[in-house]
Ligand binder design. Structure first.
Ligand SMILES: [Mg+2]
Length: 222
């Protein structure tokens, strides 16, 4: 589960006049970076992590807000508390990102229903829009969450992980940063499908041997 444009959503809760306006939250100085960008600014190619200077050039009409860490922590805690009392195992990955292990709770449909109700409850009780992706795999769930956004949900049934990922840009795979993405592009690989069709040995010869990540090991923090 991931709160949509979290910092922006918090600012809008505090000041409803910000609704519908292009909002950037982040450093306002020369070296400032965008930490959250509303969907209105994304139409101009703005995204979080981008230098604020560049974002302002792309979207000059955007309202820039410095942000307040204390406010975001408070809202994050509210969401965390709802999740903690509602799911068996919760991993808080960041201030606005959560992994919930629902295994053993119910049949798969039951999990989806539970997650759907939870999503509605969070938005109702905190006013914050949130999205989720449900699957049998943490990485696929994270990608699905990003595909579901904003304020929506997706379920990827067991066995359908590969076709779900196939049409997506490899950029959407977690931990593929700019450098790795460039490396893939140089090889003519842009979609996950191309990667899926490549022999593992070829991929290993370019990127090195597979290393088990924490995600794959399925380590859960309570
Ligand atoms: Mg988020």
């Amino acid at each position: 589960m991931d709160l949509d444009t979290f910092f922006v959503s918090c600012e809008r809760l505090l000041d409803s006049r910000l609704n519908g306006l292009p909002i950037l939250v982040g450093g306002t100085g020369d070296r400032g970076v965008v930490s959250a960008a509303s969907y209105e600014t994304r139409l101009f190619g703005v995204h979080s992590g981008m230098p604020m200077k560049m974002a302002r050039q792309l979207c000059p009409e955007a309202l820039v807000i410095k942000g307040n860490a204390g406010t975001y922590t408070k809202f994050s805690k509210m969401v965390t508390e709802i999740l903690q009392e509602s799911v068996p195992i919760l991993e808080k990955a960041s201030v606005d990102e959560f992994y919930a292990d629902l295994s053993g709770m119910d049949q798969f449909f039951g999990c989806y229903k539970h997650a759907s109700e939870l999503r509605k409850r969070i938005t109702k009780e905190t006013g914050l829009p949130i999205s989720f992706g449900l699957s049998g795999n943490k990485t696929v769930s994270k990608v699905a969450t990003n595909e579901a956004k904003p304020a929506n949900q997706i379920k990827i049934d067991r066995g359908l992980e590969k076709p779900f990922l196939a049409p997506l840009s490899i950029k959407k795979i977690p931990m593929i940063g700019d450098k790795t993405f460039q490396k893939f592009c140089n090889l003519g690989i842009k979609k996950v499908l191309t990667l899926q069709e490549m022999p593992v040995e070829v991929v290993e010869s370019v990127f090195g041997k597979k290393r088990q990540s924490n995600l794959e090991q399925g380590q859960w923090n309570r």
